[in-house]
Design a protein around this ligand. Structure first.
Ligand code: PLP
Length: 443
């Protein structure tokens, strides 16, 4: 077995260029975990190590791992019809039923869905549909997309350009034009930017209801109401990116429900299938849909091969059925309160924990040298804590962009109070070990 594993590790180093990965470390250390099994909140690797997946892998495995009934549905659909083109007027039943289901559960009057294979494609689609919309409305100069600092919208060219986290944009040296950035919590900043650029040049404003990859930042309560008003006042489309926050993550079906605001367009992915199949999409309002239908004369020249993939849509339908049957949105709300209480306990026991925050099962703890002044360590400690926690059985994620030193969490929506308790115990042990190693006094 040892040789078998060593061989896999060598093949990984040689042939697998990992996404969003420390490429040199991968070359020296090889893969940290080769996962072979998942059950509930637990992932198991090829060596038999079991860890709590406190990130739902990539914020997406909402219903937890190892659901046989999803496998069953996928197999049945694949055996009947895995895929057909949905270009032109071709269709299939799972895509139709999923679009209809989404229209029922989505906020406001979002009633029509364009399907993609994931979040990045959804974002690029939203920006293109927004611009196309303004062409149809006779305002072709409305091309600019305003986005927020600390935002993450994916890695396709439009999504990268929209991402407020600069290192993602600096990865390449030529971006899509016409993206503008505004402070993530300042509605006033948005108004100022619209005024200075000219509303007649702006197509849309895009925002995550809770910023995820940027460090789990929760907007002030009145922020999105003001944003909605500003977009209406200046005739700008408001796009929400619910790729992480959709389908229960924050203790509401969609994150924007916390703010009582409905967008004109909504991107989704991840939790729509809980990662069991690759699927995303963009929903548009009834009004936009009507306008598209009335004003378009030619072909809607935007479509991915896998838009409306039958197997992926059937998986999504089963996933949504499970979320509802098991009351997982409510569980996310209740367990979110538990998780925040757990973070507060960690904060009281460990002086290196500064601010803690959560909305449903999306949370963060900040690492500080001095909790009174919020002074940071010279070199971020979150990556060290995350690496140590993984050794002890909890997989979380460090965020160090923008001078942050933060650990983020997004456990599956099925997590129980007992499992959260285990997660907190392991985190506390880890923090104690790191504090001891750094010679930090606790209290
Ligand atoms: N939008 C948000 C808010 C995300 O968090 C992500 C991925 O983490 C994306 C878009 C990109 O999604 P994908 O990785 O499926 O392309």
């Amino acid at each position: 077995m040892e040789n078998y594993i060593r061989n896999l590790e060598e093949l990984d180093k040689k042939h697998f260029l990992h996404p969003t990965s420390p490429i040199q470390q991968q070359q020296t250390d090889g893969p940290g975990f080769i996962f072979t099994k998942g059950e509930g909140v637990i992932l198991e690797d090829i060596k038999g190590n079991r860890v709590i997946d406190a990130m739902s892998s990539l914020w997406n495995v909402n219903i937890g791992h190892g659901r046989e009934e999803i496998g069953q549905v996928a197999m049945e659909q694949m055996s009947k019809l895995a895929f057909n083109s949905c270009f032109s007027t071709y269709s299939n039943e799972p895509a139709i039923r999923l679009a209809a289901k989404l229209a029922k559960i989505a906020p406001g009057d979002l009633t029509a869905t364009f399907f993609t294979s994931g979040g990045s494609e959804s974002n690029d689609t939203a920006y293109k549909l927004a611009r196309h919309y303004w062409i149809l409305k006779g305002q072709p100069d409305k091309i600019k997309i305003i986005t927020r600092t600390r935002s993450y919208h994916g890695v396709a060219m439009g999504a990268t350009s929209a991402t407020g986290l600069k290192p993602f944009r600096d990865f390449t040296n030529s971006l899509a034009p016409d993206f503008y950035y505004v402070d993530h919590f300042s509605a006033y900043g948005l108004r100022e930017l619209i005024e200075s650029e000219g509303p007649e040049t702006i197509a849309a404003f895009v925002a995550e209801p809770v910023q995820g990859a940027g460090g789990v930042h929760i907007a002030p309560q009145d922020y999105f109401k003001e944003v909605r008003e500003i977009c209406d006042e200046y005739g700008i489309l408001f796009i929400t990116d619910e790729v992480i926050t959709g389908f229960g993550r924050t203790g509401a079906y969609f994150g924007m429900e916390h703010y009582g605001v409905a967008p004109d367009m909504m991107c989704f992915a991840k939790g729509v299938t809980s990662g069991y199949a690759q699927l995303g999409g963009v929903m548009i309002s009834e009004k936009m849909h009507q306008d598209f239908k009335e004003l378009s004369t030619g072909t809607l020249l935007h479509g991915y091969t896998y838009s409306g993939h039958a197997m992926a849509c059937s998986v999504a339908l089963k996933n949504l059925e499970i979320i509802e049957r098991e009351n997982l949105v409510e569980n996310a709300k209740q367990m979110g309160t538990e998780m925040l209480a757990g973070f507060k306990k960690l904060q009281s026991k460990h002086s290196i924990i500064g601010e803690v925050r959560a909305l449903g099962l999306m949370g963060a703890i900040e690492v500080v040298r001095d909790p009174l002044t919020n002074e940071r360590f010279a070199a971020p400690l979150a990556p060290v804590i995350v690496a140590e926690a993984a050794k002890r059985g909890v997989v979380a994620r460090a965020v160090v962009f923008d001078g942050q030193d933060t650990i983020v969490f997004a456990p599956p929506l099925i997590i129980t109070a007992d499992e959260l308790g285990q997660m907190m115990d392991i985190l506390s042990e880890t923090l104690t070990a790191v504090e001891d190693a750094q010679k930090i006094v606790r209290g």
